[in-house]
Ligand binder design. Structure first.
Ligand SMILES: Nc1ncnc2c1ncn2[C@@H]1O[C@H](COP(=O)(O)OP(=O)(O)OP(=O)(O)O)[C@@H](O)[C@H]1O
Ligand SMILES: [Mg+2]
Length: 427
């Protein structure tokens, strides 16, 4: 696997003109575009990206953040307004429904047109046609206009064309979302084979689990800008934090801090960054876990002496006489560093009935710990600290970074205060 970039984007920007009224476009034409009647909208704004050969990069972001625009520029369908886009090698693109295929033409005609766009001769496509159609499994529909296809059928054909083109670079935009389960599995299989064969893949999706499972790296787009670029875990978490912040702002609730108020309660958290392993008797269900600063900002990093609050929400499915909510902290090797729970901290949660949502906030003054990444696993159980049944436990649901605050011997520093005395020898 070479580390030479096969996709290199520098200051990439894409501007769309926005006309508030159709007449404005006409006015512009009448003045031969000497006067401007439109607003400018930057769908991509000064984006830098380097993708080494053989890597799989996930691209995530909210609707309208510029993901599809980015793939369209890399695929050559769309041209940037500013900046550079260098792409080395053959590209096959599996873009959002509609682009690259003409709905009026039949499936077969579209295969030929698409193949031609990717640089294949008619003969080359003719040779591959049987395999393409076999994988797509669209049967007799191949001679029907594409506009009569269901979105799943359409995607199967498009995917089949893209993978049989044997490209160096594969661009995939939200393709897996539309296929049925069997087809999704086959697609994922194929994508894995392509990864193993050293192909470069850009993968746009709203499926955050898929990003952490398939990608070596991820980037987060927001309003056409690159907000984060790093490991899939780090980027997914930043995205979840961004959504959480926006949701709470939209709901007019910025207040997460303060004593636990029995009437109003802490704010319910409903974001779980990772669910890789989950178990429990099912009498309750963890809804969310988040780490907040004293100002209510979402944190993915903390440092020595910082005051933070870890908030965990859970919904009760069966009456719980003695609910306990807690967490376990592990280092990157999985070694348990510390744990705590409401009962251990002396808080007795009230009896909860089916449908109740319990939210617990743990205020913590961060001790000095070895810097690096740690995971937090939240849990809800019933009983007491000596004897309990786990109702729901999620391993490593939240990843946090501990910032470097100076030398640490071992795992952590105890809060030691040191004094001394010297008895001088008689001289
Ligand atoms: N032809 C166009 N004219 C004007 N604005 C456009 C045009 N195409 C896209 N946009 C705008 O550019 C922004 C980015 O669009 P894009 O399709 O890249 O978003 P996306 O991240 O793929 O979103 P989604 O998750 O919904 O697929 C959006 O705000 C969209 O409205
Ligand atoms: Mg899109």
């Amino acid at each position: 696997m070479s580390s030479e970039p096969v996709i290199l984007l520098k200051h990439l920007s894409k501007k769309y003109p926005i006309y508030d009224r159709p007449s404005q476009k006409l006015l512009e034409l009448l003045t031969l575009r000497r006067r401007q009647f439109h607003r400018e909208f930057w769908a991509l704004n000064d984006l830098d990206l380097e993708v080494p050969a053989g890597s799989t990069v996930g691209i995530i972001g909210q609707n309208g953040s510029g993901k599809s625009t980015l793939l369209q520029i890399v695929s050559g369908i769309l041209r940037q307004t500013r900046g550079d886009c260098l792409v080395k090698g053959t590209v096959a693109a599996l873009l959002e429904l509609g682009s690259g295929f003409n709905p009026e033409f039949t499936g077969r005609e579209n295969v030929f047109m698409n193949g031609a766009i990717m640089g294949f001769t008619r003969g080359q496509i003719q040779d591959r046609l049987p395999q393409i159609l076999e994988f797509a499994e669209i049967g007799d529909f191949v001679d029907q206009p594409v506009k009569t296809y269901s979105s799943g059928m359409f995607m199967r054909l498009a995917f089949s064309v893209a993978i049989h083109a044997d490209p160096d670079i594969l661009l995939v935009d939200e393709a897996l979302a539309v296929g049925d389960v069997i087809f999704q599995h086959r697609c994922i299989n194929r994508i894995n084979l392509l990864r193993k064969a050293g192909k470069t893949i850009l993968f746009v999706t709203h499926d955050l689990q898929a990003v952490t499972r398939f990608c070596d790296r991820a980037i987060l787009l927001d309003h056409g800008r690159k907000l984060e670029d790093g490991t899939p875990e780090q980027v997914v978490q930043r995205y979840q934090a961004l959504i959480f912040e926006r949701e709470s702002r939209a709901a007019g609730k910025g207040e997460f801090w303060g004593p636990v108020d029995q009437d109003t309660g802490l704010q319910i958290v409903n974001t779980i960054p990772f669910i890789h392993n989950r178990f429990g008797a099912g009498g309750a269900e963890i809804l969310g876990i988040i780490l907040l600063s004293t100002n209510g900002e979402v944190l993915n990093e903390m440092r020595e002496n910082q005051e933070v609050q870890l908030v965990i929400s859970a919904r009760v499915n069966r009456t719980m006489e003695h609910p306990i909510i807690g967490f376990t902290v592990r280092d990157r090797l999985g070694v348990e560093i510390t744990s705590s729970n409401s009962s251990y901290e002396g808080l007795h949660l009230p009896v909860a009935q089916c449908g109740d949502i319990i939210t617990v906030g743990f205020r913590i003054t961060v001790p000095r710990m070895r810097p690096g990444s740690y995971s937090i696993s939240p849990a809800i159980a019933q009983g007491n600290i000596w004897e309990h049944t786990v109702e729901d436990w999620i391993d490593n649901a939240l990843i946090i970074n501990i910032a470097d605050s100076g030398l640490v011997y071992g795992m952590m520093q105890w809060p030691v205060r040191v004094s001394y005395s010297v008895r001088r020898a008689d001289r």
